[in-house]
Ligand binder design. Structure first.
Ligand code: AMP
Length: 542
C-alpha cells in the first residue's frame, strides 16, 4: 500500500523560492574581486537567478547542459547555483587553482557550453579559451562598465548585460529529482580527475541533513561565512543549507588572508564560519600577531584535512570559539561525519573532551560507514582497530560521470581511500589516506599523528610527514617543517619535543626544514609533490 502524501520532487529551485518567500529580506554580503563590499538579499538573489534561467534559455541551452564557473564565493556565483540548476542545467564549478592545462582537459571532458568567470581569472581564460572546444559563450561576472575591451575572447559579455534585460518572472520547470544539478571534479591525485555528478535529490537531502543541530547546526539566527570555496564540493553544501534555513550569508571573495577574513567577520557580525585548517592557521596567526579578539564568532567547522588538536584548543581556550571537526569528500557531497559531542560527554573534563573533538566525528543521518580489513571483513568499532573506511548513502557517489574507471563500489559501498578507526560511540578517526600510511617494521605509523605533534610546537607553522624507504624497516617517517615567520627551532629540539608524546619507534628519523609545504588546489597538503621535492633526500645514517 502506498502512502497518500504529496510526492513533490526535491528540486534546488524550491530552496531559493522558499528563501525568497520566508526570508526575502535576509542579506547576502560579498567582498567582490572589484575590491568593494556588495550587499544583496535573498529576494534579489532569487529574482536574478530567474534572470539567469531566462538568459540560458535565450542561448538555447538544453536540459542537462553544463554551465561552468571559475569564480570565488560571491552573490553572482550563488545566483548561478540556483539559476543554472533550477532551470534544469548543470553547474560545473571549475577550480581556478588548477593548472590551465588541467582546466582545459576538465572543461572539454565535461563538455561545458558556457563559462562564467570572475574578472580576476581573465588571464587564465585568455590562455585557455581557444582550447576549450565545447564552450560557446564566455561571461565575465562584472558590470558592463568593467568589461575588458580587448580581451581577445570572442563574444565576451558582462554578466550584468547578459542577465540585465531579462525578466525576473520565470516558472521553474518541474522534473525528476534524480536529474543532475551540479558537477565537481576530484583532485585527480591518481590519474586524470574524475567528475562527480550530484543530483537535485542528493543535494537537497545533503543540505537538509547538514543543517541539523548535530551537523553544521545552522539556522535563521546565524550569520555564516563559508570560507571553503564554492568551487570545491559546493562549499560543503553551505549555500544550499543557508538558503534552506534563511541564514545571512557572507562571502569572502578572493581575500582569504587572516586580516581580510577577520575584518569581514567583525564588520558583518559572523557567528559561524567554515574552512580548511590552512585558512584558519592564517587567521590565527593574524589574531596572535595583532592581539585581536572575536566579538561575534562562536563556532567554526574545520575539515578537508585533519584539524590539528592545537588549533581546536587555541580557538576554544584563547578565543572562546567552538571548533567542530568534520570529514567528507567530493564523492560524498561532501559531508560524512561531524564531531559534535553526545550527552555522555558533557560531564568530561577539558582534556577528555578534546580527545573526542580531535576525531573526525560521527555519521550524520544518511551516511552509513564501516571499516574493513584487506579481505573486506568488517572490523570492530573499538576505537583501536583500523581499516579501510567504506561509506554508503543517498548523497554518496554511485558512479563517476561517463562511467570513468568502472564501478567505484564494492558490494554497494564506496571505498573512501581513508584508513580509520571507529569507537564504540560511533566516532570515526582517520589515521591516514591509505597511500600515506607509513609502514615501519611491519607496524603502521599514522602520518597525521606525527604531524599533529610537530604542529603543537610553537615555532611550527605547518608540518607534513612522509615515509622514506629504509633497508631494514621498510619505511621510516620524516617530518618536513615550515617554521612560523621569525620563529626558530632546531632539528634536535623538535625531535626532543616528540619524547613522551608518542611511542619511540613512531618518532620521525629526521626533520627537514622547507620554505613552504606544497598545497593542492583545495588547500590540502600535496604529499606527492613533497616526495618529489625530497627525491634526493637520504635518511641520516644511524
Ligand atoms: P576531497 O575529495 O578533495 O575533498 O578530499 C577528500 C579527502 O580529504 C578525504 O578522503 C580525506 O582523506 C581528506 N579529509 C577530509 N576531511 C578530513 C579531516 N577532517 N581529517 C582528515 N582528512 C580529511
Amino acid at each position: 500500500m502506498l502512502g497518500l502524501m504529496q510526492s513533490q520532487q526535491l528540486l534546488i529551485s524550491s530552496l531559493i523560492d522558499f528563501a525568497e518567500r520566508h526570508h526575502g529580506e535576509v542579506e547576502v554580503v560579498s567582498r567582490r574581486v572589484e575590491g568593494d563590499i556588495h550587499r544583496s538579499t535573498y529576494q534579489q538573489i532569487a529574482a536574478r537567478s530567474r534572470q539567469v534561467a531566462h538568459a540560458l534559455d535565450r542561448w538555447n541551452l538544453g536540459f542537462g547542459d553544463r554551465v561552468a564557473t571559475l569564480a570565488w564565493n560571491g552573490y553572482r556565483h550563488l545566483e548561478l547555483y540556483f539559476g543554472v540548476s533550477g532551470s534544469g542545467r548543470v553547474i560545473h564549478t571549475l577550480n581556478p587553482r588548477l593548472h590551465p592545462d588541467q582546466i582545459v582537459w576538465i572543461a572539454n571532458h565535461a563538455e561545458d557550453q558556457v563559462l562564467c568567470f570572475d574578472l580576476s581569472f581573465l588571464p587564465i581564460v585568455q590562455v585557455v579559451h581557444g582550447r576549450c572546444t565545447t564552450i560557446k559563450h564566455f561571461v565575465v561576472l562584472c558590470d558592463e562598465s568593467k568589461l575588458p575591451g580587448d580581451s581577445g575572447i570572442p563574444g565576451l559579455m558582462s554578466y550584468e548585460a547578459w542577465i540585465g534585460t531579462e525578466s525576473s518572472a520565470y516558472e521553474w520547470p518541474d522534473f525528476d529529482e534524480n536529474c543532475a544539478s551540479s558537477m565537481c571534479y576530484t583532485s585527480g591525485t591518481t590519474g586524470n580527475p574524475k567528475a562527480v555528478l550530484y543530483s537535485h535529490r542528493s543535494t537537497v537531502l545533503h543540505g537538509m541533513s547538514g543543517a541539523l543541530p548535530d551537523g553544521l547546526n545552522v539556522s535563521a539566527r546565524d550569520c555564516i561565512l563559508p570560507v571553503v570555496p564554492m568551487f570545491h564540493v559546493n562549499a560543503w553544501g553551505l549555500p544550499y543549507s543557508a538558503v534552506m534555513i534563511g541564514a545571512k550569508l557572507v562571502f569572502p571573495g578572493p581575500a582569504m588572508d587572516g586580516k581580510s577574513i577577520y575584518e569581514l567577520m567583525e564588520s558583518e557580525k559572523v557567528n559561524f564560519a567554515a574552512g580548511v585548517p590552512t585558512v584558519w592557521q592564517m587567521l590565527l596567526s593574524h589574531m596572535q600577531a595583532s592581539n585581536l579578539r572575536f566579538s561575534t564568532l562562536k563556532r567554526t567547522v574545520i575539515g578537508g584535512s585533519a584539524c590539528p588538536p592545537t588549533m581546536i584548543s587555541s580557538f576554544s581556550d584563547t578565543y572562546g570559539v567552538e571548533v567542530i571537526h568534520a570529514w567528507g569528500m567530493t564523492e560524498m557531497s561532501p559531508l560524512g561525519t561531524v564531531c559534535t559531542l553526545k550527552n555522555k560527554h558533557q560531564a568530561l573534563g577539558a582534556q577528555d573532551k578534546l580527545n573526542v573533538r580531535i576525531k573526525q566525528g560521527r555519521s550524520i543521518y544518511g551516511v552509513d560507514m564501516k571499516i574493513v580489513d584487506g579481505e573486506g571483513k568488517e572490523l570492530p568499532w573499538d576505537g583501536v582497530t583500523f581499516g579501510d573506511l567504506l561509506v554508503r548513502g543517498p548523497w554518496v557517489i554511485a558512479e563517476y560521470y561517463k562511467g570513468e574507471g568502472g564501478s567505484p563500489l564494492v558490494d554497494g559501498w564506496f571505498p573512501t581511500g581513508d584508513v580509520a578507526t571507529i569507537d564504540a560511540d560511533g566516532y570515526m578517526q582517520i589515521t591516514d589516506r591509505s597511500k600515506d600510511v607509513i609502514k615501519s617494521g611491519g607496524e603502521w605509523i599514522s602520518s597525521i599523528d606525527v604531524e599533529n605533534i610537530a604542529m603543537a610546537h610553537p615555532a611550527v607553522a605547518m608540518a607534513a610527514c612522509i615515509g622514506i624507504k629504509h633497508p631494514k624497516w621498510d619505511e621510516r617517517p620524516i617530518i618536513a617543517v615550515m617554521k612560523k615567520q621569525g620563529a626558530e627551532v632546531s632539528r634536535e629540539a623538535l625531535l626532543a619535543f616528540y619524547e613522551g608524546k608518542t611511542a619511540k619507534w613512531q618518532i620521525p628519523d629526521d626533520v627537514v626544514f622547507v620554505d613552504a609545504i606544497p598545497l593542492g588546489g583545495t588547500g590540502k597538503m600535496q604529499k606527492s609533490k613533497l616526495r618529489e621535492m625530497l627525491r634526493d633526500y637520504r635518511l641520516p645514517v644511524a
